[in-house]
Ligand binder design. Structure first.
Ligand code: FEO
Ligand code: CA
Ligand code: CA
Ligand code: CA
Length: 658
């Protein structure tokens, strides 16, 4: 097969590692769903909403939205695919910062022909994903962006690589390139400011910082810190680790820190597992997947040489961007899995609840509930809040309830006899603990976002083309789910800490005009308003939901590039999508983040010119590469490769987005 890093990621995600597949739920679900399906031909309408409402606890607030006009005023853009980006009329979408842009006054300018790891450590990293905005001095026009750099696309980054490469063929991937790759991972913290109406990033900032898996020391805290399974030759204490890997989405905390999530950690490890003491654990996490050559040059990425190093990744990491000398902390109480994001909300009793998806086919939805309440008056008092609390995994049932099952050592099956010697082991083996508890295997849980005003929680389930017809259940109702769906969880009175909530499906994605797709949208959704593969999302300060997509190469099936869609959640138009922004060919859309007054929307264009580009007219015979990329977005200059970039969207003449 032709090697393309991104396609390789998608293929690996294709292979579920969870052997526990839920039982078919039988006639109850069939009755429930056939009744819903009967209403308005799998769509919403006034009648349908009323009927659905009478069947589960979501009824009340559904009626509380705007009238037939909807809550979004912009004119939507059209589906389509081309080499650049598009935004709704009346808005500007400006590139704010690109891969390689210098972050410091003395940092080298980006030179794609002469890259070095040391230069990359002083420049904005590759494949921007999560974006968190932390205001400075309460100013909505001035703050810090904390941006994840999830992974690297060698074929687009580096000149002169031989190609096409086969999977796991690391020809040309020298130690020098491996170090540049490491330096391009991690996070950037960058100060930004709006001046004369335009947002700009600053290089003379005391806050700017790069965090990488090459050089940044991080602490390990919580119940798994110091455990024998966390100890390595370099760190016999099990409490200190260099760097963070595959930082996907994340979340901001109410006390000004940012949570960054380690997702597809398995790609970074190689080596022989035959003598490994915990093969079942490795297998459940897909380790080693050999996506990178790092283990050739760096023993800690060779599982045979450092059997525990992989246990030190797969966590949520807390970063304090306001203190550039601070040591980031891996919070083990929040569990170890392929973390997509970490969405915080203060529950009705004052404790913090963090919702988290484990992004793999047939993996689980989790939430973490802190033991103590958030001190909203004193940010420093929350420093160790995330070290104490309870992790729960979700079990959805067909009666519209979701039960949250605690991962507590000694309770239920989580005992030493079953391979969980301590709470540390429950957390290091979170996926195995979720299996033992009978959690519901989901269609790849990506981002989650809570609406603090309504108490509703939105769960993006991006797709699952491995679900067989006899594996469907109420919460994952479509076999071969190519296009994904969104679940809405309804807490009672904003009590996010409870062990039981209501839920229902908000939309089933894909083209509503194709019966075989089985989509479900409000009939008010236009031909451009539907989307596929929901991935990241944001709730703006008016409580409205925005969804971004990651179809991979499936844009060829939907006919549109990824982008940003507004999605109505209340009132008559509940379940209506509307397209706002579109990415260039081969990119996905990450990181939607609103400034505190909603006057700016920051989005991350990830891996432009990468995914499925051979489906683009004229590109059929041409692999996208550094020398011949499918798009040179955003510079469009000869010799300049495509560059993942953060784009800032503002309204012409000012005002809030949407
Ligand atoms: Fe990194 Fe699940 O997307
Ligand atoms: Ca991604
Ligand atoms: Ca994602
Ligand atoms: Ca995704």
């Amino acid at each position: 097969m032709v090697f393309n890093r991104r396609a390789h990621f998608e293929d690996a995600e294709d292979t579920p590692s969870n052997p526990v597949i839920s039982e078919p739920l039988g006639d109850i679900i069939a009755r429930r769903y056939s009744r819903r399906g009967f209403l308005k031909g799998m769509s919403y309408g006034g009648l349908g909403v009323a009927a659905i409402g009478s069947m589960n606890p979501l009824t009340a607030a559904i009626a509380n939205g705007a009238g037939s006009a909807g809550r979004f005023a912009f004119d939507e853009i059209a589906h389509g695919v081309d080499t650049t980006h598009h935004v709704a009329e009346g808005y500007d979408a400006d590139v704010l910062i690109r891969w390689g842009d210098p972050l410091f006054t003395d940092a080298p300018a980006f030179d794609p022909q002469r890259q070095s790891a040391d230069a990359q450590e002083r420049q904005f990293g590759y494949n921007n994903d999560y974006i968190g905005f932390v205001p400075l001095n309460g100013n909505p026009d001035h703050g810090l962006l904390v941006v994840n750099h999830e992974y690297t696309n060698e074929e687009l980054m580096f000149p002169g690589l031989p190609g096409p490469l086969d999977e796991h063929d690391f020809t040309g991937l020298t130690r020098e390139l491996a170090e540049i790759e490491q330096a391009a991972h991690g996070l950037s913290v960058v100060e930004i400011k709006r001046q004369n109406g335009k947002w700009q990033y600053l290089t003379d900032s005391q806050y700017n910082r790069r965090l990488t898996p090459r050089s940044t020391e991080m602490a390990i805290s919580g119940p798994a810190a110091g455990d024998a399974l966390m100890q390595t030759n370099a760190d016999p204490s099990g409490r200190s680790v260099i760097g963070t890997l595959n930082n996907c989405a994340g979340g901001n905390t109410p006390w000004g820190t940012v949570l960054t999530c380690e997702e597809n950690i398995h790609y970074y490890f190689m080596g022989d597992t035959s003598g490994h003491p915990n093969v079942a654990l490795l297998e459940r996490y897909g380790i080693p997947a050999m996506g990178y050559a790092w283990g050739r040059y760096d023993d800690r990425f060779d599982i045979a040489k450092e059997p525990n190093e992989s246990n030190r990744f797969g966590w949520v990491v807390e970063v304090d961007p306001l203190d550039p000398t601070s040591t980031p902390v891996k919070r083990t109480a929040m569990g170890r899995f392929k973390h997509e994001g970490a969405a915080s909300v203060i529950s009705s009793d004052g404790r913090l609840v963090v919702y988290m998806g484990d992004d793999q086919r047939f993996d689980y939805l989790y939430k973490f509930v802190t033991r103590d309440a958030v001190d909203t008056a004193n940010p420093a008092a929350n420093r160790d809040l995330l070290d104490h609390g309870t992790l729960y995994v979700a079990r959805f049932s067909a009666d519209g309830q979701v039960e949250w099952l605690p991962l507590i050592h000694g309770e239920g099956p989580l005992t030493a006899d079953n391979g969980f010697a301590s709470q540390a082991e429950v957390l290091i083996k979170t996926r195995l603990a979720g299996d033992a508890l009978g959690a519901t295997p989901m269609d790849r849980p990506e981002d989650v976002e809570a609406n603090p005003e309504t108490g509703r929680v939105y769960v993006m389930l991006t797709n699952n083309n491995k679900r067989e017809p006899d594996q469907v259940d109420a919460a994952n109702p479509r076999p071969d789910n190519t296009f994904g769906h969104i679940i809405e969880i309804a807490t009672e009175n904003g009590d996010h800490a409870t062990t039981r909530d209501g839920w229902e499906i908000l939309v089933k994605c894909g083209d509503p005009d194709k019966a075989e797709v089985g989509a479900m949208w409000n009939p008010a959704t236009s031909e451009n308003g539907w989307f596929a593969a929901p991935d990241n999302c944001a709730v703006d300060h008016r409580g409205r939901l925005w969804v971004t997509t990651d179809q991979g190469s499936n844009w060829a099936k939907s006919g549109t590039a990824d982008g940003v869609w507004a999605l109505e959640t209340q009132g008559e138009r509940r379940g209506t999508g509307k397209m706002f922004f579109r990415v260039p060919l081969g990119a996905e859309m990450c990181g939607p983040c609103f400034s505190p007054d909603d006057s700016a929307l920051f989005v991350a264009v990830q891996h432009p010119a990468s995914d499925g580009t051979q489906a683009f007219p004229g590109r059929e015979e041409r692999r996208s590469s550094f020398e011949d990329p499918a798009s040179r977005w955003p510079d469009f200059k000869d010799g300049m490769p495509p560059r993942p970039s953060v784009v800032v969207i503002t309204r012409q003449g000012g005002g809030s987005i949407g």
